[in-house]
Design a protein around this ligand. Structure first.
Ligand code: FES
Length: 102
């Protein structure tokens, strides 16, 4: 069953408009900050495996650095690519840590 696990300390959360990659339990996750709202997505782009955590926030979405496909941070849907989707995890900041339900 999915449980909340620690992703990083609150201080390590990227600044508004930024993304960062974290390795948790052997998998890459992308943490994004959209105007103060923190999101946690799978860090591997479903297109060709690009590192979403090394991408950017564009128009409120996470943009992959390889071919610039953007992903909705709530649904994981790819803009203009109906067959592509990335997993989005429920996240919360608690006791000075960012946690996500993995
Ligand atoms: S690998 Fe991410 S857009 Fe192509």
């Amino acid at each position: 069953m999915a449980e909340f696990v620690r992703i990083c300390s609150q201080a390590e959360i990227p600044a508004p408009g930024m993304v960062k990659e974290f390795q948790v339990n052997g998998r890459a996750l992308c943490v994004g900050n959209v105007d103060g709202a923190v999101c946690v997505l799978d860090g591997t782009c479903p297109h060709e495996g690009g590192p979403l955590g090394e991408g950017s926030i564009e128009g409120g979405k996470v943009m992959c650095p390889w071919h610039a496909i953007s992903f909705d941070v709530k649904t994981g849907s790819a803009e203009g690519e109906p067959d592509l989707k990335v997993e989005v995890y429920e996240a919360k900041v608690e006791s000075g840590e960012l946690r996500a339900k993995l």
